[in-house]
Design a binder for this molecule. Structure first.
Ligand code: PGA
Length: 261
């Protein structure tokens, strides 16, 4: 795994935007995997800023989001459809028909999950999957204990995740118990994965992801098997890494073109 540690979330998000922009300019169509939550917001703001300046167009991209709540209407203020619309899509030029999120209202959920997997395959696979990591090491909504080769499916959220996400719903009782999420096997098929992590609350999960044993107890640790995974974080999220000094030395020893700056 490539480890990039920047002082601040803003600096790290600029690097993430450079990685996205490089792909979008280089490959047409570029197939982007997007994530929700607080973590990618600064990245999305930077992508919007570059688009506004005329430096970046998404008209030749196809997008797939990681997950969505079951039974929540896409227009619900806390749905991930709405999150993506508000925080990215309405500000850039991704064609509406190229945007994909799991259908949390599907009557036949297994069929909808299979169709989602097929849509990803039909698009040629995801070129770059953006990811956050949960404080418990979850990736998308693959909670601890998830099969390391799981596919898109329905999952039950842990109380920890529902508590964390109650900030979007006001009250934990309003947070749906079930979600549709890409599986770890699905995520591992992305050609490249970019995990972002910010703040002290992620430090333990980040250490387990990068330095712990590969285990479903930390679903993100599966990325140790990925050939092109980048973990991009701020200093707080990196604070518990045992080989922190080594990662910093490796990064600073690289030529500028390898540092995405
Ligand atoms: P966050 O969530 O970005 O809101 O911290 C990340 C996650 O739970 O995957």
């Amino acid at each position: 795994m490539e480890i990039i540690i920047k002082e601040t979330r803003k600096q790290a998000s600029e690097i993430a935007a450079n990685i996205v922009a490089d792909l979008v300019k280089r490959k047409k169509p570029a197939v982007l995997g997007f994530a929700t939550g607080a973590t990618p917001l600064a990245l999305y703001q930077e992508l919007i800023r570059r688009h506004g300046q005329g430096a970046l167009s998404f008209k030749d991209t196809v997008t797939f989001n990681l997950d969505e709540y079951v039974a929540l209407d896409p227009s619900h203020p806390s749905s991930y459809h709405r999150f993506m619309e508000d925080n990215l899509f309405q500000h850039v030029d991704v064609p509406q028909a190229a945007i994909h999120l799991p259908d949390g209202r599907a009557e036949n959920i297994p069929a909808a999950c299979e169709a989602y997997e097929k849509a990803i395959k039909d698009a040629g696979g995801i070129d770059l999957q953006i990811l956050g990591i949960g404080g418990d090491g979850h990736l998308a909504f693959n909670e601890p204990g998830s099969s390391l080769s799981s596919r898109t499916r329905i999952k039950t959220l842990t109380k920890e995740t529902r508590t964390a996400n109650s900030r979007y719903f006001g009250d934990i009782d309003q947070v749906p118990k079930h979600v549709i999420t890409m599986g770890l096997g699905t995520i591992m098929e992305a050609k490249a994965c970019l995990v972002l992590a910010f703040g002290a609350g992620k430090a333990e999960a980040v250490r387990d992801m990068i330095e712990g044993p590969v285990s479903s107890s930390c679903p993100a640790s599966i990325l140790q098997f990925h050939a092109h995974a980048i973990a991009l974080m701020d200093q707080e999220a990196a604070a518990r890494l045992r080989r922190l000094d080594y990662y910093l030395e490796v990064y600073h020893g690289k030529p500028a073109w390898q540092r995405w700056e």
